[in-house]
Design a protein around this ligand. Structure first.
Ligand code: F6R
Length: 604
């Protein structure tokens, strides 16, 4: 994902920026750029491609100066080319903006700016910030940024330099920023590795924080301008640790990245005014009268959740199938079928072959993919990227919730295009979608309780997971996560099906995780739990906050925030990921590289 570095001090800024960006390369990017203040003027160099391309340009055009900002961009809005690379300049060229995240209301902002005569040089949402800050600027950069952020909404890690300012101004909401403190120099970056060659004293900004960073000091405020205090932390991470953001495992880091990943997946694609999703796809959703969803593993469970979403919101019948079966069963697909393939890596051979099979039958093909430019993206008619950033832990976490978020967008897109999702329910659903990043942040707060439960049951030899309706796939995903990384045998069942067989397994040794979040089937799920309790089973309920009943029928309860019942799989996946993680840690397993598994399965 995008990387940010900013510097004010006594060294040559360009060197500090390039070195910092190099240390963020593992996040993935497709263009890079810097802006440096040279003799009182801001000069920008930015290039599509790898940092090496930028470094070569900087050899030809040296930028001597001690204040600068740099960026590596992973394209979301607009192709990975030179104009779309950051920094983005104001029209007068006096200020430069670097931005990670998505400005959700950039379209209306851009319209206003165009009407006021601004001319845009890129297709990005970020560029509106440069123009907006330019409009607000009256000699005080900090004030101009603060005023602009009263109008721009969404996610941002924002870094701004102005040729008349000795300070860099930064602000954070959702997208991380960390300030590095030096002697006679200070730094800012999206991630700690960029700072490590220079300092280990850092301040992690919180949501809603702003800072003015000069070479002799840093002023921290909130977005209203009130001073805020943040702890100065001494990091003692190795480079490898810091790539993990200080987390002991990539998997945990990736679990914690989910709030801003969801912001990336959803942001900029929801249209509040029309309560719809704008996906920028060529495919015409109104053309299709059935949907086939094809995927493997966790992506398959995300697709299964997608079935409920599309059928509920677009009233189009959906079949979901594991790709390795689909490809060999001569499926009934034609020009009226939309085949959706879901894959984090975009390289899974079964998924690739299955979507080829659908295409051979004449189906329209849509990829819901994380890895840019991967094989599947080159074969499908259209790709909807989930924008989850590199997922390094072998067990999928952030890609899973981002896939469901993407399927929610597809459901809204189809439902609206087919005229089957009316204004009111569309507005309600999209408003709930918007809240997801914050809700997932809240769900993460349950980790201490989940760690306690994991410890209590980590010696169990088996686990059972139960859920109904749209939470049935969540139960399967919870079981898959647990078995993948802890090697504990885990099974999942739709809760209502338990009495038809698996109930025989229940005894006082079997922990049973039951998804009892609010839904039209709540009562029925509760009676399924009573069946478990009556046979001595140990129940761990996953319930909606405020549900006072849950503790009456469960030994342990994990609470998740309230959301639309069709979005419960996203907030519920998070504690199940943590349960698997904490259990695997108790058992001393290799969390990031569990035995026998590969991140990208390119063999049959
Ligand atoms: C589960 C997991 C696997 C993948 C599956 C598909 O944690 O990681 O089950 O979900 O191999 O991979 P992609 O999404 O790359 O096609």
């Amino acid at each position: 994902m995008c990387g940010i570095v900013g510097y004010v001090g006594f060294r040559e800024a360009a060197g500090v920026l390039l070195e910092g960006l190099r240390r963020l390369e593992y996040r993935g990017y497709d263009s890079a750029g810097v802006a440096v203040k040279v003799n009182g003027r801001l000069e920008v160099v930015k290039k599509a491609g790898k940092l090496q391309v930028l470094a070569e340009s900087l050899k030809e055009r040296a930028l001597p100066g001690t204040l600068g900002v740099g960026h590596t961009r992973w394209a979301t809005h607009g192709a990975p080319n030179d104009p779309n690379a950051h920094p983005h300049s104001s029209e007068d060229g006096r200020l430069a903006v670097i931005h990670n995240g998505i400005i959700e209301n950039y379209l209306p902002l851009k319209e206003g700016l165009l009407q006021r005569g601004h001319v845009f040089a890129s297709e990005t949402d970020s560029e509106v910030l440069a123009h907006l800050i330019e409009e607000k600027y009256q000699g005080n950069l900090y004030q101009a940024v603060r005023l602009a952020l009263q109008e721009a909404h969404g996610a941002y890690g924002l870094v701004v330099a102005h040729q008349d300012s000795e300070e860099i101004v930064v602000a954070r909401t959702v997208s991380p920023l960390v300030i590095g403190l030096g002697e006679g120099e200070n730094f800012v970056a999206s991630d700690v590795p960029a700072l490590l060659p220079y300092t280990r004293r850092v301040i992690f900004l919180h949501d809603g924080d702003m800072a003015a960073i000069g070479k002799e000091g840093v002023r921290l405020t909130d977005l209203k301008g009130n001073p805020v205090q943040r702890e100065v932390v001494e990091v003692d991470w190795s480079l490898e640790d810091s790539e993990k953001g200080g987390y002991p495992h990539y998997m945990l880091k990736e679990i914690y990245e989910q709030p801003w990943v969801l912001e990336n997946t959803l942001g900029g694609r929801l249209r509040e005014e029309s309560a719809t999703a704008e996906l920028g796809l060529k495919l015409d959703p109104a053309r299709y009268d059935k949907v086939h969803v094809i995927a493997c593993g966790s992506a398959y469970y995300a697709g299964w959740v997608g079935k409920y979403l599309i059928e509920a919101l677009a009233r189009v019948p959906v079949e979901v199938e594991v790709a390795s079966e689909y490809r060999y069963r001569d499926p009934v697909a034609d020009q009226k079928t939309l085949a959706i393939v879901i894959s984090q890596s975009g390289e899974t051979i079964d998924s690739l072959e299955a979507i080829r099979e659908a295409a051979r039958k004449g189906a329209g093909t849509l990829g819901i993919i994380n890895a840019k430019g991967s094989s599947i993206t080159r074969e499908v008619d259209d790709t909807l990227y989930i924008h989850a950033g590199p997922e390094i832990g072998v067990a999928s976490t952030k890609a899973y919730t981002a896939m469901i978020a993407a399927m929610s967008l597809v459901a809204v897109w189809m439902g609206r295009a087919k005229g089957r999702l009316q204004d009111q329910p569309a507005a309600e659903f999209t408003a709930e979608l918007r809240k997801l990043p914050r809700l997932v942040e809240e769900a993460l707060e349950e980790r201490p309780e989940i760690a306690r439960i994991a410890l209590k049951y980590h010696q169990a030899s088996d686990y059972l997971f139960l859920g109904r309706h749209i939470q049935a796939p969540t139960a399967y995903e919870g079981a898959l996560k647990l078995k993948e990384i802890s090697y504990i045998h885990a099974e999942a069942y739709p809760a209502g099906e338990m009495k038809h067989g698996p109930i025989a397994l229940i005894d006082e040794h079997l922990p049973v995780v039951v998804l009892t979040t609010e839904s039209p089937l709540y009562e029925k799920t509760v009676s399924n739990i009573q069946e478990v309790r009556a046979r001595g089973g140990r129940v761990i309920a996953l319930a909606t906050k405020g549900d006072s009943e849950a503790k009456k029928f469960a030994q342990d309860v994990i609470y998740v925030p309230r959301t639309h019942h069709l979005l419960a799989p996203i907030v519920s996946a998070v504690p199940l990921q943590l349960l698997a993680y904490e259990t695997a840690v108790c058992l001393g397993r290799d969390v990031d590289q569990p035995r026998n598994l590969a991140k990208s399965v390119t063999v049959e």
